[in-house]
Each structure stands twice: as C-alpha cells, then as structure tokens.
Design a protein around this ligand. Structure first.
Ligand code: ATP
Ligand code: MG
Length: 364
C-alpha cells in the first residue's frame, strides 16, 4: 500500500558497470539516512547482467550482495509511459502492479547509470530525479569530451590528447610519437569512458605506453592521454544550480602510486583530510574553478569536481567531474558536506528538493 502523505522515493542501485559493488554501498547510505517520516522509500537493484529487481533488502544485504537471493524480490521496470509515472512490478501471481513514483535517486556509478542512459529513461518517463541531466552526465563520463570542454571554458587542465581505436590501429607508431612529443613522460593512459581507474596506466616508456594503449582499448574505443601531474589530489563537493555552491576542497592522501579502485573502495589505505592541506587562497581558487567547471559542463543537482594542485608551481588543474560521486562511509562528497554543516539526512532532503524544483522549472 502506498502512503498518501509521503513522497515515494525510489533508490536505484547496482548496475552493469565496474562500480556495481561501490554503488551497492553508496545506496545503503541513502537507505539508512533518508527521513522516513517524509519519504516512503523503495529500492530497485540492477544486477550486473542488467536485470531490474524490486527488493526489500536491508543496506547490509545490499552491501554484501545477498540482496539478489531474497525470495521476496520481484522483477520490475521503470515505465517510460508518462501515464504510469512510476514502476511496474511483476508479482509472483503473474499479475502486474503499478506504483506511482515521485522521485528517483539513481545511485549508480559509471556506465549505464552515471552516463546519461538512466537519466534519459527518467526524462522520457517524466519522473523527477536527483543529479545531473542527460547531457552533463554523458559529457562528464567521457574524459575526452570533458577535457575539450574544460579547455573551451578556460578551466586549467594538464596537457592531453585522445585517439580512437581506428586512429591507433591505422598508425600505432605515429600515435605514440605524437603522445611522447606533446606530453613527455610519465604519461597517463585512460579509456575515455570507464570509471574507477579501470584500464588506467601510468606509462614511463614506449613499451609501457603500447601496453597501456591495449589495456585502455580493452575498455573503450577511445583513449585519452594526459601529461602526469605531480600534486595534491583535492576534491570539491558541488550542489545545486543557479548558483551552484561548492564546498572547500578535501584532500586524498593516496596509499599506492596512484589512487586505484582498490585503494578507494576496498583497502581503506587512502586517507581523507578536510580541508585540504593548502593555503586558504588555494582552497578558494579550487572552489571557484569547481563551481565554474560544474556550471560550464551543465551539471545540476550534485557533482564532485576533482583537481590536482601541482607541487612547486601551485597550479590548480582539473582532473574530472563525477556526476554521481561515491556515498560510502569513506566517500569524500558526504564528508565535505557534513564538514560544512549539512548532515546526510539534510543533504538527501536538499537533493530531492532540487530534483522536484528542476521538474517544476521545466514545466514552468
Ligand atoms: N594526469 C594525471 N597525473 C597524475 N595522476 C593522475 C592523472 N590522471 C589520473 N591520475 C591518478 O589516477 C587516478 C584515477 O584517474 P581518474 O580520476 O582520471 O580515473 P577514474 O577512472 O575516473 O577514477 P574514479 O572514477 O575512481 O575517480 C586519479 O585519482 C589520480 O590519482
Ligand atoms: Mg577520478
């Protein structure tokens, strides 16, 4: 039975990306902290294979993966039909049940969730959702497109190049020559669209560069090359739009040579320091560029903007924007917000309010 006086909020979690496991933990934060007196929460898990299941799993069951085995799970879909404005459950009795949904929180990281695909479905359905729209999600997912837009908007970035699979296969030596001539050593090699450091290598010679290209191509048909930046790794939380508000940045003290997927989400070796260990004017500079970059790339709702502050020169260089940043207990975004006085339940309220406001503006 649906409550009459509470907004029905659906949290989507899991998904088909390499960040499936992180998403399950991030979504648990929403499940545990959403204000149940105001919202009726429902959860839909998306398996790695792409099956959608309505589930009543606890956050612990979501985190450890056992949610998938629950007998009470029901296959479901989000209907693109605006008359439905919600989800359709397929009950064990072979019937369908329609559930009206007021807001969706797509707590999905990476491909097929943070990249505009799910956002497109929600646009079609006319259901308000938390976070960036289709364009900003897709643009921030593609590191080559994002870098080009940073350049176009005078947001400082390290030197970079990109090449497609066809360009690389047509002239592999020429591509390596171009990268070495423009970027020098070491060079970071990344799939344009992947996330969580998957397929990323720091190459220090031509042989490594060639191997790195093959690894990146195993993950995407486009490869991004970036000159190495030796610097502090700092991150800002940004919220809202018109105007976007950025927090002071926090800093990641990495445990390995670079901040890998395992460091970030499994090993617990990286440490977070808030605010970043930098002079006040540097913190302000990062904050200003974070709001600029977020706005320039069309972000709405929330995003985490990641930067380097170069040792020695103090240059502030943007690395990337994550449109659905991690929300795990060790994640930077909720910690930055808490540090500025917004605890997680209030943050969730604010994000939901922003989602509803955006839909009202579109219609108004
Ligand atoms: N140009 C660079 N110079 C120095 N270090 C870099 C550079 N690019 C990336 N790194 C290091 O590699 C890490 C992963 O890179 P990046 O953030 O681009 O990948 P990602 O796949 O989007 O990761 P995530 O989604 O986990 O943030 C960075 O956090 C940083 O430690
Ligand atoms: Mg990153």
């Amino acid at each position: 039975m649906q409550s009459e006086d509470k907004l029905c909020v659906v949290v989507l979690f899991g998904g088909m990306s390499s960040e499936h496991e992180v998403s399950r933990v991030s979504a648990g934060t929403f499940v545990d902290h959403i204000d149940r007196t105001r919202y009726e929460l429902m959860t839909i898990g998306i398996t790695k294979e792409g099956h959608w299941l309505y589930t009543e799993a606890s956050s612990a069951q979501m985190a450890d993966g056992s949610w998938e085995e629950l007998g009470s799970n029901m296959p479901c879909v989000l209907s693109p039909d605006r008359a439905d404005h919600g989800m359709i459950l397929f009950t064990p009795a072979g019937q369908v049940e329609k559930i009206h949904v007021d807001v969706v929180i797509p707590v999905l990281h990476g491909l097929w969730g943070e990249d505009g695909t799910v956002q497109g479905l929600l646009e079609l359905a006319g259901i308000p959702y938390v976070g960036c729209g289709v364009l900003a999600s897709a643009v921030c997912m593609d590191k080559a497109v994002a870098n080009a837009l940073f350049d176009a908007n005078s947001i400082p970035h390290t030197k970079w190049l990109s090449a497609t699979r066809w360009e690389i296969e047509s002239d592999p030596e020429g591509v390596c020559d171009g990268v070495i001539a423009k970027l020098g050593w070491p060079v970071f090699v990344k799939p344009a669209n992947a996330g969580s450091s998957v397929g990323i290598t720091k190459a220090t010679n031509r042989e490594q560069l060639k191997e790195a290209i093959q690894l990146a191509l195993a993950n995407d048909r486009k490869v991004v090359f970036e000159a190495f930046v030796d610097g502090h790794e700092v991150e800002c939380a940004v919220i809202g739009s018109d105007p976007a508000v950025a927090t002071r940045p926090g800093e990641i003290l990495a445990g390995a040579e670079f901040y890998t997927y395992d460091d970030k989400y499994k090993n617990g070796v990286s440490q977070v320091v808030i605010p970043a260990n930098l002079p006040e004017e540097k913190l302000d500079e990062v904050k200003t560029y974070a709001a600029m970059a977020y706005t320039a790339l069309g972000c709405e709702g929330l995003a985490r903007c990641d930067f380097f502050v170069e040792h020695g020169t103090g240059r502030v260089l943007i690395n990337e924007i994550n449109t659905l940043p991690g929300f795990t207990p060790i994640s930077m975004y909720p910690k930055l917000m808490e540090h500025e006085g917004t605890p997680i339940p209030a943050l969730i309220d604010h994000l939901i309010a922003l989602a509803l406001e955006r839909t009202e503006k579109q219609h108004g």
